[in-house]
Design a protein. Structure first.
Length: 351
């Protein structure tokens, strides 16, 4: 049995998330699936034949066919109690095409090998598209890129992944420009190793990446990352929600001078660097630290018709990207998955 991904201690410390699949069993599988089965049957029809309810217009679907995925961190409660099989069955019913992993174990639902996991996903029409692994750890035996690169890539290759990345930020060496240049060198190394295996290495942002360098407060750290990583080796997974939080938090430099940016502009200027996206939503709330309150996709204020249309209308880019729905802490994870698919499938371009 293969060694599995472990939670990234650095990321857990910074933002308190992605401790994947260690939850104790609660209700039985039958009870949980029974609770979800009612609405799922009806709403899967909406996902399979999108555009009926809530569709703004009769134009071409904004979401390209075959490109809707979900980050399984959003369903960690179901995976840990039911196992991957029942979760994949629900995702198939909701109209999903792809899955992105945040760990390869399934808690109390019992052990599973990577070969079994790959077959299980494919049997439900789901393409394993990527996975999140920690960047580094003080433990030399930890399952991270820095401490166990060969094993991380072996496992990704066993799953048939096209992308393998990290949701850890590049603050390993600090928040100066030179510190981020060092992190970029690490990422270039991982990218070269992934490329040799036929995969793309990627980094997933939160809001802190859009902050400013401690030694050069006029320099945005995300710009350092883009400039210092090789565009043929290091790719980005834009978490759109966190990018807009970054816009809210860091549109002024530490001295108060304006430094506006639009997350979409980063993508439009270099679309080939963004093969993956996280689609999560938020209600604008300037009274909070982040400026948004995270909600299910379709219930918030982020204009996904605008964002997806702008990217997929670029010449040659309609099928070049993968859109992964996510919610860090959904109230009910199957409901979140179903609603997200319905909403994204319903979106239409303006005529």
């Amino acid at each position: 049995m293969s060694r599995f991904s472990q939670p990234d201690p650095e990321l857990t410390h910074r933002i308190g998330r992605r401790g994947m699949l260690g939850v104790a069993a609660g209700a039985t599988a039958a009870a949980l699936l029974g609770a979800a089965a009612g609405p799922a049957t009806a709403t899967t029809q909406t996902a399979a034949a999108p555009g009926t309810a809530g569709a703004p217009g009769r134009g071409r679907p904004v979401l390209p066919p075959g490109r809707l995925g979900i980050q399984l961190y959003s369903l960690r409660d179901k995976v840990s109690t039911l196992g991957f099989g029942p979760v994949f069955a629900e995702l198939e019913r909701y109209g999903y095409d792809e899955v992105e992993f945040a760990g390869y174990t399934q808690g109390s639902a019992g052990p599973i090998t990577l070969a079994q996991l790959k077959r299980l996903a494919r049997s439900h029409g789901l393409n394993p598209i990527g996975s999140h692994v920690g960047y580094y750890s003080g433990d030399p035996d930890a399952y991270t890129f820095a401490t166990n690169l060969t094993k991380v890539l072996d496992d990704a290759q066993a799953l048939g992944l096209k992308h393998i990345g990290t949701a850890s930020n590049p603050f390993r060496y600090g928040s100066t420009v030179d510190a981020w240049k060092r992190a970029a060198e690490d990422f270039n190394t991982y990218g070269a190793a992934a490329r040799a295996r036929g995969m793309k290495f990627y980094q997933h942002n939160h809001s802190e990446e859009f902050s400013f360098a401690a030694d050069k407060p006029h320099v945005r750290l995300y710009d350092v990352l883009l400039a210092e990583t090789d565009p043929d080796l290091v790719y980005l997974e834009m978490d759109i929600y966190w990018a807009y939080v970054g816009q809210f938090r860091f549109s002024r430099r530490p001295d108060g001078t304006p430094a506006p940016f639009d997350p979409l502009d980063y993508v439009l200027k270099r679309p080939h660097r963004y093969p993956l996206f996280h689609v999560k939503d938020g209600v604008s709330d300037p009274s909070t630290q982040h400026g948004y309150r995270m909600v299910d996709v379709g219930d918030g204020d982020i204009d996904y018709r605008r964002f997806l249309s702008a990217v997929t209308r670029l010449r040659g880019e309609r099928f070049a990207h993968h859109w992964q729905a996510e919610h860090d802490n959904p109230a009910e994870s199957f409901t979140f998955a179903r609603k997200s698919s319905e909403h994204l499938h319903s979106l239409r371009e303006k005529c």
